[in-house]
Write a protein that binds this ligand. Structure first.
Ligand code: NAD
Length: 385
């Protein structure tokens, strides 16, 4: 080893923890010639920041993200703050010549995302957006099955992303509950959850041509976190569903909600093709269901592939013995490891700002269609350059 990339992490909440852990583990399980160095973490509450830095081994702290970007010793800016801060930080980081790792969704909307995309095109440095579900071994296996042509022509992509944590109408909005505040989040489940399903759809199936959507806000007013005596209007979508036509002729159905009692993080999809089907559910993430129509008909049926049964499964050769499954945190370890491989091998990393911009265009089209009741045509939205 001996080669380091210095990380400047902005935000030390949920994703700050997931990314810190990933940087620490990536080189312990995957062979790398470049090692991430946890150089500086940025946040506003110094006591919490000190505790965080000590726990995860960050060398220094900063309270103002501008100062992190100004530091010449920082190579990568890692953006783990609410969505409304992504654009300003990413553009400043790009202008300062940094590499960027940004949490999803890329931005609050495609207008912001476009500005960010232009900034990283100008800077020309590696960048990545953390659509981490691509790095679930079972999902990477699904991609391989499709690319090997085992499903043949794809007819259907059926996605659902369900949670249940906002059903309580007394749950406050704003502050730490920034996901319920449209000013901070941009949108509700569309940007937060459907963006993951859309990223997987674009990766596994291809570009979306047109769509029609419906969204719903079930709780219209919520108390503010900073003053619970004040009820404020909720402007995010609590649930959203859409029908889509892919460029290759496949049909897509997408559903997302935070009002599905009992569902905690059910990010699931099924693909049906000419020669077979595959189905995945993150709540059972070590398995991939596969139906192979061309198998011997005496034994044909949905097979629940245990994605831990040998070195041939994506990522698994670097982990435990067969039967010992992986969890949520491994998706981020894989993402950071893949980022390092991209640097070491000088190859494009996916999903990057280009890919995430495409996802953002679809999110905007979904929200536009839900508002107007009309079909949205993506072809007119996708830029030619
Ligand atoms: N890939 C995924 O599956 C996934 C999962 C969760 C969140 N996310 C994304 O990650 C991002 C962060 O979400 P989270 O769940 O970690 O949020 P969080 O609320 O847990 O953490 C946000 C952090 O940002 C900090 N912050 C806010 N304003 C700041 C400022 N001005 N300067 C410095 N720090 C500031 C907060 O103090 C907190 O540490 C969001 O874009 C979210 O959509 C992605």
């Amino acid at each position: 080893m001996g080669n380091f990339v210095n990380i400047g992490l902005i935000g030390y909440g949920f994703m700050g923890r997931a990314h810190s852990n990933a940087y620490l583990q990536a080189c312990k399980f995957f062979p790398h010639t470049i090692e991430p160095r946890l150089r500086v973490v940025c946040g506003r509450d110094q006591k919490k920041l000190d505790d965080f830095a000590e726990n995860w081994g960050w060398e220094e702290t900063e309270n103002d993200w501008h100062r992190v970007i100004e530091r010449p010793d920082i190579d990568i800016i890692d953006i783990c703050v609410p969505n409304d801060m992504h654009k300003e930080i990413a553009v400043a980081a790009a202008e300062a010549g940094k590499m960027i790792i940004c949490e999803k969704p890329l931005a609050k909307d495609a207008t912001e995302a476009r500005i960010m995309l232009e900034a990283v095109r100008e800077n020309g440095k590696p960048n990545m957006v953390c659509f981490n579900y691509r790095r679930v071994p079972a999902v990477a296996l699904a991609k391989r099955i499709i690319d090997e042509g085992r499903l043949g022509r794809i007819f259907h992509y059926r996605a659902k992303y369900l949670q249940d944590w906002t059903i309580n109408s007394n749950l406050p909005m704003g502050g730490s509950q920034w996901r319920l505040d449209a000013q901070a989040a941009g949108s509700g489940v569309t940007g937060d959850l459907l963006s993951h399903s859309i990223d997987l759809a674009l990766w596994l199936v291809g570009r979306i041509q047109r769509l029609t959507a419906m969204k719903k806000t079930f709780v219209n007013n919520r108390p503010l976190e900073r003053d619970p005596s004040v009820l404020s209007r909720v402007e995010i979508d609590d649930a959203c569903a859409f029908l889509a036509g892919f460029e290759n002729g496949a049909m897509g159905t997408f559903e997302s909600t935070r009002f599905a009692r009992g569902r905690k993080n059910q990010n699931a999809f099924e693909l049906n093709g000419e020669f077979g089907s595959i189905a995945f559910d993150f709540e059972d993430m070590n398995f991939l269901e596969y139906y192979d129509y061309r198998a011997d008909s005496s034994y044909r049926g949905f097979t629940k592939i245990q994605v831990w049964d040998g070195d041939k499964h994506p990522y698994m050769g670097h982990w435990w013995v067969p039967g010992c499954g992986l969890g949520y945190e491994h998706t981020f370890i894989h993402a950071m490891s893949d980022f390092l491989y991209g640097l070491e091998q000088d190859r494009k990393l996916c999903p990057d700002f280009e890919d995430a911009y495409q996802t953002q265009l679809v999110c905007d089209a979904v929200l536009a269609s839900a508002a107007s009741g009309e079909w949205s045509n993506l072809q007119v939205l996708v830029p030619s350059n």
